[in-house]
Design a binder for this molecule. Structure first.
Ligand code: NAD
Length: 340
């Protein structure tokens, strides 16, 4: 069930009750005003709160939140925030068998996927299953107006990455292609508006719609080299999720371009540019987003190891992920080069 619209947060209580629940645990990471709106919307259905969601869903955080589930006889999880908060809701749902209502305030798209990435002793593992997929998603543009521009930029490019990689997935179907291209067009158009006017409701609405479309693409098909590489950089080198996607995407697109010329032509057309990889790079630069792995804290000496890990096992990608070529693209991303 997906509820979309300005003021939709006021329907969260109704959605909790529709799931047959009356004792909600409200999950969040520090995200200000939006959480106050959520408390008001839940009213007497709010049984307890946990504001400690963290990136990459560390199990020790999940275990702390699980204690609250038990102590307060919680029968529903309500999460407001980005992919970190959604990840916590998913991790609790699989352990406690509880329904989830997710109110996303970033563009990560996790709310519409049945995938959960968790970190145990600093190692990231991924699992998937129908019990992980949230029951209800409430998209309310009003709750995204405060999202800082820097997070908005990286999160929107994270969504764009789902759309781009969906287009060259071997199993992609026409409906997914259409959603992916629409998401790319919406992000290209709306992101510069949001960067200049963060509270522009129409542009924020376009980004939220793009996030939903791109998230459904992520759920529909398998992802390729870009997601594999970002998973490696996040899981093994503690790189920040959305910012890493933002830096790496144009370089993976340039790497894949010779093997997927038609996809890149369609992406470029959707963006209104003549080269897809350079188009993404230029868009990121124009909105002040990150372009360098060095600036994100990656050590140059780790690039070779990252390339080795991300190419250790074969997986579908338009161009075979070869260690040398992948290391070269990481070097370009480290130096913030514009894709050739
Ligand atoms: P995030 O959830 O960590 O949020 C980024 C920052 O934005 C945080 O500091 C948060 O507090 C802040 N924030 C969120 N909403 C805000 C608001 N309305 N106002 C002000 N600040 C706000 O980051 P993310 O990029 O959304 O998610 C990353 C996580 O999601 C990673 O762990 C990643 O692995 C996971 N993820 C999972 C999937 C999946 O399908 N399983 C998909 C995408 C991302």
């Amino acid at each position: 069930m997906v509820v979309f619209g300005a003021g939709a947060v006021n329907r969260v209580g109704e959605e909790v009750e529709r799931l047959g629940a009356s004792r909600a645990l409200l999950l969040s990471s520090p995200s200000g005003r939006a959480v106050d709106r959520m408390r008001a919307a839940l009213g007497p259905l709010l049984a307890a709160e946990f504001a400690g969601a963290a990136p990459h869903t560390p199990v020790e955080v999940t275990e702390r939140a699980l204690r609250l589930v038990r102590e307060h006889s919680v029968d529903c999880l309500v999460a407001i925030g980005g992919g970190s908060t959604t990840g916590l809701a998913k991790a609790l749902a699989v352990r406690a068998g509880l329904p989830q209502v997710i109110v996303p305030t970033t563009y990560a798209g996790s709310e519409v996927t049945s995938v959960l990435g968790e970190t145990v002793d600093g190692r990231k593992t991924t699992r998937s299953g129908p019990e992980i997929l949230p029951d209800t998603v409430v998209y309310d543009v009003d709750l995204t107006l405060d999202l800082p521009v820097a997070v908005s930029v990286t999160s929107a490019v994270n969504a764009m990455a789902h759309a781009v990689e969906a287009l060259y997935a071997p199993e992609v179907d026409p409906a997914t292609e259409e959603k992916a291209l629409e998401a790319i067009t919406l992000i290209t158009r709306a992101l510069p508006v949001v960067a200049g006017s963060p509270a522009d409701v129409a542009a924020r609405g376009d980004l939220l719609r793009a996030a939903w479309l791109a998230g459904t693409c992520l759920e529909a098909v398998g992802m390729g080299l870009h997601h594999k590489l970002c998973h490696t950089l996040g899981g093994s080198f503690a790189m920040p999720h959305a910012a890493t996607h933002t830096v790496v995407l144009p370089h993976v697109m340039a790497y894949n371009a010779p093997a997927a010329p038609e996809v890149m032509r369609r992406v470029a057309e959707a963006m209104g540019t003549d080269d897809a990889a350079r188009g993404v790079h230029d868009l990121v630069v124009s909105v002040g987003g990150p372009t360098s792995l060095r600036d994100l804290g990656m050590a140059e000496a780790d690039l070779a190891r990252a390339a080795e890990l991300a190419t250790a096992r074969p997986y579908p990608n338009p161009r075979a992920p070869e260690r040398e070529g992948v290391e070269a693209l990481l070097v370009d991303a480290w130096h913030a080069r514009r894709p050739a």
